[in-house]
Design a protein around this ligand. Structure first.
Ligand code: ADP
Ligand code: MG
Length: 463
């Protein structure tokens, strides 16, 4: 009928806007490579900050002792303790605890956020068992994974550039995050020092390298998205510090802030961006990461409800609530394999309070999830191609059988199978079957936390 036709029209128009043919993705990849060069050439030379991480030596496997890590991501934070056995032994034991961040702390004060984190850390430390005990007189050391853009000034200092992913604590911007954490730890009476401040991408790269020597890059697809890779120190014109001994430097790209005229942005993306806490920023992240995919689906569905009465004569009130449809729920609907799409029906009822949907409506919704996830995954693959190009790993060299391993982590990549499958297929499509054989995408479960602990070990003040 007419209504159905109108809804289909809205869908088709959106689908058309979201198209990502290989030719377009290659332009996106090239633009990424160009921006990488610009960001390395001068400070502020690109939307890509290309942050120098001060990590010029990745873990070797020889690290030894007990170290802590604290991983503040977007949704949760994790505290962990690792016991490293040293050369030939590796990771003997690890323990962790995960706590979700109460939403009011994301937009409150710096003290409130860090006091909360330090209190949870203190609780975790108090549960330390005998086998983790440090030798007397030795302070506990921590690697701090802080997954927001930080301008590092050394391996364990750095100031917050800006918030992303729904955080907004203005007074923190420009402050040293290690100082904030250290002050809060002292208030808790916690005798611990921060040896390394690392982005989650850098932590994931370090964690990946600990078990696989061929890891040269890391990508996070979680609440937000970002990437890091190993660059030649020579190729960083803006670096005027002490020359790196290894001749290498890990670069935290902050690729979430990438933007290019080749990105297939729709009116829904533009409206979501305009209404976000950080308008005009993190445009790439807003198209590919977990915080936003469900929200884009909601916005298209809302339009279909308003202009084509997709859900009947009234617009379901819940559908008007920003971020009401979360990506895990979108993913559950997308993966519904039941013949009558029971999961879709239940999700619509439970989350959006929409009852009595027809099978064909549910099919349309699954298709919508597919459009949004496919665009995100294909763009993420294009981003990876851009990084491979910058590293010179996108072309065959004679007799080159060198493996290029990319450590991947994040809840989106881990749990959204249709997304990760599409990402991998797209990378193969872009590189070609032969070149793709040398590329390995390795899921690095919780690598960012372990990586931070490893970097705390290799930057220990007792070495
Ligand atoms: P963070 O990015 O906050 O450090 P994670 O890496 O654990 O945390 O990623 C959490 C994010 O992953 C969630 O915000 C959500 O967007 C996404 N996610 C979690 N579970 C799923 C799922 N089942 N399907 C799709 N996305 C998911
Ligand atoms: Mg994380």
């Amino acid at each position: 009928g007419g209504k159905c036709g109108k809804a289909n029209g809205i869908m088709k128009e959106f689908e058309e806007k979201c198209r990502t043919p290989a030719a377009k993705l290659k332009l996106v990849a090239d633009a990424m490579t160009v921006e990488m060069h610009a960001g390395l050439a001068s400070e502020g030379g690109s939307k890509l900050k290309m942050i120098i991480s001060y990590v010029d030596n990745l873990p070797t496997g020889d690290e030894k002792g007990t170290y802590y890590a604290l991983d503040l991501g977007g949704t949760n934070f994790r505290v962990l303790r690792v016991h490293l056995g040293g050369k030939g032994v590796g990771l003997i034991n690890q323990e962790f605890a995960e706590v979700s961040i109460p939403p009011h702390l994301m937009t409150g004060t710096s003290d409130a956020l860090f006091d909360y984190i330090a209190a949870e850390l203190a609780k975790f430390v108090s549960q330390e068992s005998e086998e983790f005990k440090l030798s007397p007189g030795r302070q506990r050391e921590l690697g701090f994974t802080f997954s927001f853009p930080v301008m590092q000034t050394s391996i364990n200092t750095g100031t917050l550039v800006r918030w992303t992913k729904g955080f907004s604590i203005d007074e923190m911007v420009g402050r040293d995050v290690v100082e904030e954490l250290s002050r809060a730890m002292a208030k808790q009476g916690l005798d611990m020092s921060v040896s390394a401040l690392v982005n989650d991408t850098v932590g994931t790269l370090a964690g990946g390298r600990y078990t696989n020597k061929d890891v040269v890059a890391a990508v996070i697809l979680g609440t937000g998205s970002n990437a890091a890779y190993v660059e030649r120190a020579q190729a960083i014109p803006k670096w005027h510090g002490v020359p790196s001994k290894s001749g290498e430097m890990v670069i935290n790209m902050e690729w979430g802030n990438f933007r290019s005229s080749h990105l297939p942005l729709s009116e829904y993306d533009n409206a979501m961006d305009a209404e976000s806490l950080n308008p005009g920023e993190q445009i790439f992240e807003k198209m590919i990461s977990g915080m936003y995919l469900g929200e884009i689906v909601r916005r298209v569905l809302l339009r279909m409800a308003q202009e084509a009465a997709f859900f009947g004569d009234t617009v379901p009130p819940k559908l008007e609530v920003p971020f009401a449809l979360r990506t895990p729920d979108m993913s559950a609907m997308h993966h519904d394999t039941s013949s009558d799409l029971k999961v879709v029906e239940t999700k619509l009822k439970d989350i959006l309070e929409i009852s009595s949907t027809s099978l064909s409506m549910r099919k349309t919704i699954v298709e919508l999830c597919n459009i949004v996830a496919t665009r995100g995954a294909r763009l993420a693959a294009a981003g990876i191609l851009g990084v491979l190009k910058k590293m010179g790993r996108d072309a065959a060299k004679d007799g080159d059988k060198q493996k290029t391993v990319i450590a991947m982590d994040g809840g989106l990549y881990e749990h959204y199978a249709e997304y990760s499958k599409c990402l991998e297929n797209t990378l193969e499509e872009l590189l070609g079957e032969e070149l793709f054989k040398n590329i390995v995408i390795e899921h690095s479960n919780d690598g960012s936390g372990i990586g931070a602990a490893l970097l705390a070990a290799s930057h220990s003040k007792y070495l």
